[in-house]
Design a protein around this ligand. Structure first.
Ligand SMILES: NC(=O)C1=CN([C@@H]2O[C@H](COP(=O)(O)OP(=O)(O)OC[C@H]3O[C@@H](n4cnc5c(N)ncnc54)[C@H](OP(=O)(O)O)[C@@H]3O)[C@@H](O)[C@H]2O)C=CC1
Ligand SMILES: CC[C@](O)(C(C)=O)C(=O)O
Ligand SMILES: [Mg+2]
Ligand SMILES: [Mg+2]
Length: 522
């Protein structure tokens, strides 16, 4: 194991949950100290009122090349272009794609064109760019990094939205070229939500997805300001510092856990359980999937995790306690396994090997089963006000979320990263998409790394909950009073509350699948 997972610049990690002091500085953007439990972190709050500062942060950058057109690139390229245009910055945003890419047409539909030089073959765009925002899949980055580094012009900055490439380089004993700035801005939400919230926030001083940022190499001395400017131009409500390693450990872990894989596994296992107990398929979907995406996550988003528990009374509270007690440890066992697989480099190797097989074995469909067919029917007849808060479902979901949080804290990740990667992203970016159009719409709008990992780990959560947690409840396992007490007084609740204060003024809204009427999802 390579330790520690969390080692940002200027940070002394005294223990996993205390003493982390984020200490970056900016001469352009105002920094703010935030207290999370017994730790302090420095953040930068975003907002459209900061856009006039962008030209200063992007000083020396004339051309930004956004490479790829997957989930993040359309969102980041358009947000960057719009924000820089709004302040009259003389900076071009161009898209670079592989030869023959089927994404050329979509990029053209969004206003990028070969005629005006804002769309082209990826290596030509890389060669001309002062900031290369590398948004091809992580597996493709691992395959092409040598050619990409070689194509970059002297003095250009490499911009990433993930720490994956560092994980790969570390595992093969290689490094980024020493003469370039290497920064990352990593939105903690899927690309479509980065764009959707940016558009929604135009009239209210901005809304968007929080981003972590990392300054891995700062040859020019300007890397922090550029990273902060990039995140603000994307519309991030707040930005917090991380390292590339801390980012990839928490990100790859989080998406295999509660963000995608675990929530999928939880729903599948509960949907079957509720039918075994006599519910109709429709009711079982309502009490499992709908209860999570249409009720539980909305409470968490606006009032915090504990509010789910506190909103229950009497027998329902006891049902929650039983489900929580039985689920926490089995969920944590899988989550710790995921963390170890990621931090040891195994999961990165898996993603790369999967990338090499992809032409022969493309990622399969995950919503063709009965669960999601019934889900379509339930959604078509949905009455938002009648979605139940099932206390058993709540106990399982919240226990898994808390177990995810605990693993990250025990591994030394800062609260900003823990809360964004385990709570905010789930409730404000991802679950709204699952609520809108089912599990595949959420998972498959995410990165190749995430969608393959979610497919790999979801069945592990499904299996362990069914085998260990639900059988324990059915065999009359008592409530684990200590576990419930730990949950009630957990330090993360205050950290979530602090983050909620920095939450955008608007909730994400999407269009209902069955009509063109816009519905507010959160
Ligand atoms: N998805 C998300 O919301 C988030 C993603 N990230 C990170 O952002 C980065 C981009 O991820 P994401 O937007 O999801 O994209 P994907 O992982 O879905 O990758 C899709 C893009 O990669 C391109 N690509 C794949 N193989 C190659 C290749 N051999 N040569 C050139 N291009 C290739 C595709 O090209 P083509 O268009 O031609 O098919 C497409 O544009 C990753 O580092 C990811 O971890 C970070 C935060 C959130
Ligand atoms: C949850 C998946 C994600 O990490 C993301 C949207 O942040 C991804 O890789 O797509
Ligand atoms: Mg992520
Ligand atoms: Mg990811």
């Amino acid at each position: 194991f390579q330790q520690p997972a969390f080692a940002p610049r200027s940070v002394v990690a005294q223990s996993s949950t205390s003493g982390l002091h984020m200490a970056f500085e900016s001469k352009i953007f105002e920094t703010q100290e935030v207290t999370f439990a017994d730790t302090k972190e420095i953040i930068v709050k975003g907002g459209r009122d900061l856009f006039p500062l962008l030209p200063k942060a992007f000083e020396g950058i004339e051309k930004i090349g956004v490479i790829g057109w997957g989930s993040q690139a359309p969102a980041q390229a358009q947000n960057l272009k719009d924000s820089l245009k709004e302040v009259g910055a003389d900076i071009t945003v161009s898209i670079g794609l592989r030869e023959g890419s089927s994404s050329f047409e979509e990029a053209k539909d969004c206003g990028f064109s070969e005629e005006d030089g804002t769309l082209g073959e990826m290596f030509s765009v890389i060669k001309e760019s002062d900031l290369v925002v590398l948004l091809i899949s992580d597996a493709a980055q691992a395959k092409l990094y040598k050619e990409i580094f070689a194509a970059m012009k002297p003095g250009a900055t490499l911009g990433l939205s993930h720490g994956f490439l560092l994980g790969h380089l570390d595992s093969i004993g290689e490094k980024f070229p020493e003469n370039m700035d290497v920064i990352a801005v990593c939105p903690k939400g899927m690309g479509p939500s980065v764009r959707r919230l940016y558009e929604q926030g135009k009239d209210v001083n901005g809304a968007g997805i929080n981003s972590s940022f990392a300054v891995h190499q700062d040859v020019s001395g300007k890397a922090t300001e550029l990273a902060l400017g990039w995140g603000i131009a994307l519309g991030s409500p707040f930005m917090f510092e991380t390292s590339l390693r801390s980012e990839y450990c928490s990100d790859i872990y989080g998406e295999r856990g509660i963000l995608l894989g675990a929530v999928h596994g939880i729903v599948e296992s509960l949907y079957r359980r509720y039918q075994r107990q006599g519910m109709s398929p429709e009711q079982a979907f309502l009490e499992s999937s709908e209860s999570i995406t249409g009720n539980i996550v909305k409470i968490i988003s606006t009032k915090g995790i504990k509010a789910v528990y506190e909103s229950l009374d009497g027998d329902d509270k006891e049902t929650f306690q039983k489900a929580y007690s039985a689920s926490y440890k089995p969920a944590k066992e899988i989550l710790q396994e995921i963390y170890d697989e990621v931090s040891s480099g195994n999961e990165i190797r898996t993603v790369i090997m999967h990338g090499a097989r992809i032409d022969k074995y493309p990622v399969g469909k995950i919503d063709g089963t009965d669960t999601w067919k019934v889900g379509e029917k339930v959604r078509a007849e949905r009455d938002e006000d009648k979605i139940p808060l099932n206390p058993f479902t709540a106990g399982v979901y919240v226990a898994t979320m808390m177990a995810q949080i605990d693993v990250l804290l025990e591994e030394g990740h800062p609260y900003s990263e823990v809360v964004n990667e385990s709570v905010i992203e789930a409730v404000d970016s991802l679950c709204p998409y699952m609520h809108y159009r089912g599990v595949a719409f959420m998972v498959d709008n995410c990165s190749f790394t995430a969608k393959t990992g979610s497919r790999k780990w979801a069945p592990r959560f499904d299996y362990i909950l069914d085998q260990l947690a639900y059988t324990a409840v059915d065999n009359g396992a008592p409530v684990n009073e200590q576990l419930i007490a730990d949950f009630e007084k957990h330090s993360v609740h205050q950290a979530v509350e602090e983050c909620c204060k920095l939450r955008p003024a608007v909730d994400i809204s999407l269009f209902a699948e069955t009509s063109t009427k816009e519905i507010v999802i959160q």
